[in-house]
Design a protein around this ligand. Structure first.
Ligand code: AMP
Length: 285
């Protein structure tokens, strides 16, 4: 597996791949890789001739007081995992490579609509940071396809809209959430949880499942379903940030015409903020 720390080095290699007629799949990550990330690599491996992963902990998407400094950093383990998945290249840029010396003066991209509300409301500037780094990485790697996890569903919609609105020449692929045996969505932030907290955290997925089952059974009292889930989380010592049922296409409140729904949740277990979601399709009114 190639490792490139500079854009110039990466691009020389990518150009050679292109000249050889290889399609390029790209998996951007912040490292500390787990099976969720590896599912993206596998999806890219299946579909594309050449697979490039990146690891960059993007300061622009962390707010003041968030876990930028504490964010887990495991480059050697990550390399081993990527090698095992037959990833062809790892892009490992440093902060100066990505932002030069003036992070504050970096041009930023704001994706209106889907980036507002939910995690956008709780983490001001977060999705501008995400859109900016994703746009930049896509311009550096110039992949045919880029792979994103549906666990971060709002992020997936932000990236999809960014690519559509700016006519970026790439196809965005969403990959289903990978969970542990108790249903907890894998996340690098799960490392922060104690054993006891991990057990509590599984309540998030349970609440999503129960809510989805109610909706699928025909319950359309969305406000009371949301409220019941919030109460249940609180009772289980999981502090909800939000638990909402929305249109899966717009993230707006559900209208009678909507068929594709998503239940999105964010909650704190101790100081750790976790997110998860379930998407569902209504087959009857
Ligand atoms: P991160 O390193 O947390 O920025 O995540 C990098 C990519 O992996 C993003 O597209 C995430 O949505 C995706 N991802 C993270 N956790 C999971 C998971 N449990 N299942 C599927 N994809 C995931």
């Amino acid at each position: 597996m190639e490792t490139h720390e500079t854009t110039a080095g990466l691009q020389l290699w990518i150009d050679a791949q292109r000249r050889a007629g290889n399609s390029i799949g790209f998996v951007p990550t912040m490292g500390n890789l787990h099976e969720g990330h590896l599912a993206l690599v596998r999806a890219a491996r299946q579909r594309c001739d050449t697979v490039v992963a990146s690891i960059f902990v993007n300061p622009l998407q962390f707010g003041p007081g968030e876990d930028l400094q504490a964010y887990p950093h495991t480059p050697e383990e990550d390399r081993t995992l990527l090698l095992r998945e037959e990833c062809d290249a790892l892009f490992l840029p440093g902060i100066a490579q990505m932002y030069g010396s003036a992070l504050a003066e970096q041009t930023r991209i704001h994706v209106p609509g889907v980036s507002e509300g939910l995690c956008g409301a709780s983490r001001p500037g977060h999705f501008d940071g995400v859109a900016t780094i994703v746009c930049k990485l896509l311009n550096m790697v110039r992949p045919d396809r880029a792979y994103f996890g549906l666990k971060d569903y709002q992020q997936f919609l932000v990236v999809s809209k960014l690519v559509a609105d700016l006519a970026l020449p790439v196809t965005i692929e969403g990959v289903e959430t990978v969970r542990d045996q108790h249903g907890l969505a894998l996340s690098s932030r799960n490392n922060y949880l104690s054993g006891e907290q991990r057990a509590k955290a599984t309540l998030l997925y349970q609440c999503l499942r129960e809510c989805a089952a109610q909706v699928e059974a025909g319950n359309r009292e969305f406000a009371s379903l949301e409220q019941a889930a919030i109460q249940r989380l609180q009772d289980g010592e999981v502090r909800p940030d939000y638990f909402v049922i929305r249109s899966a296409d717009t993230l707006k409140p559900v209208t009678p015409e909507d068929r594709r729904l998503v239940i999105l949740a964010a909650a704190f277990v101790g100081p750790t903020r976790l997110i998860d979601n379930l998407r569902l399709e209504l087959t009857h009114a």
